[in-house]
Ligand binder design. Sequence first.
Ligand code: BG6
Length: 480
Amino acid sequence: MARAADSGLQRPDDHLIVLFGATGDLAKRKLIPGLFRLAKARLMPRQFRIIGTAPPSFAMTTEEFRAFALEAVHTFDHSAFDQAEWDSFCSKISFAPAELGDEDALRDEVAKARAEIGTGVRLLHHLAVPPFAFASMVELLGVAELTNNARVVCEKPFGTDLHSAQELNRMLRSHFDESQIFRIDHFLGKESVDNVLALRFANGLFEPMWNRDNVSYIQIDVPEKISIEGRAAFFEETGAFRDMVVTHLFQVLGVVAMEPPVSLDAKPLRDEMVKVFESMLPLDVSQVVRGQYEGYRDEPGVSPYSQAETFVALKCEIDNWRWKGVPFYLRTGKSLAQSRQVITIGFREPVMRIFPGDVGVRSRRGNKLVIDFADPGSIDLHFFAKLPGPQMRLGNAEMTFSYEDSFSSSHNLQGYEQLILNAMIGNQALFTRSDGIERLWEISQPLLNAPPPVEMYEPGSWGPDAVDELISPFHWFLPE
Ligand code: BG6
């Protein structure tokens, strides 16, 4: 394994990256800009090629795909643009259409790149395709004989329910060994989510508090201001629960709730995540609020009778020694008042209230650890302090750690970049494992079988009113 000369970080072996769904939204927003940022950080392999692919009906020429990639970088990479870097990166990009039964163009393009770089070059297939297209892409890789010396990155959501996830796992394993399979969840690559591991396990301060004796509830709250942004087909099929909860929010919950792993290697870390999921109780549908923003049904491509949820909030429970009886509240949705990504640990109240005016559980402030995991991220400890003056009165106080103000961000990678780099290096620690994903679908099945009707909410609000009842007697930390 080479080391990147200027960063001291591991640099992957030479790679040929095949990007399925290359003309899609994810490729444009995250994957292409992310690969370019890795190249700028000297973290791409010394020799690499990127082959974009999509079904013939979405085909582009290589020139068109390069222009598409440049636009993606201009729109979604907010770091300084470097023309020389771009020219070098762009020269390594090409496009070849492919679908099951029509694999020749892709096979030829791979053969051409292999001839240029060397036949031993490793393949990384990134399947950035919606759930319904997934199985045929895996089949295509088998038919086109592109599975040797290859790894495959599988986008979320991984399946749409327990049965389809099991089927996908079965199909993947018929072409790949588990060590070649990287089920991606980009929230696990976020610096501030990984920092939860550091906060908990690199300090003696927090871990003794991190349990049912001291914590009264936990919130994982990911409101988004954006609407579905033209992704009607995806949303009608997927909805907010499958898009955000089964994947991102449950993974964040796994990191927050896990037992200390014996090391940060893939097996022990993923064992602990899976143990959390195994201890989760099946979702109680009466503790779920599904919402839909007003106007969603008027979006092009959306059914006027759609019951797809653009918002979901729920309570879930972990039935183990550490967390029994501590409710975990999760909330996410589109077209909400703010875009935030926040974990709130609410601590138990002191056993006696001795301060005049002490508001205890009714307070939105005080007695909380708040982890903002949106890049660049911060951690705030909210507590009560005596207000200056002759009387003993309480005021809200905060201690803040801000990533941006505390550390240089020169090695800062965004979620996707971190994970694509790890996939090229072969480190599965931050990728989800088949048993974990299947368990998450299993506990979700009661909701998938009998989803409550969607409740309407106004765009720009915090979702349907029922979310306040759901969390009562506590409060959502947001809006601050
Ligand atoms: C994606 C979801 O996986 O994550 C989107 O499909 C969501 O609906 C996005 O907006 C949020 O991720 P980030 O990192 O952009 O906040």
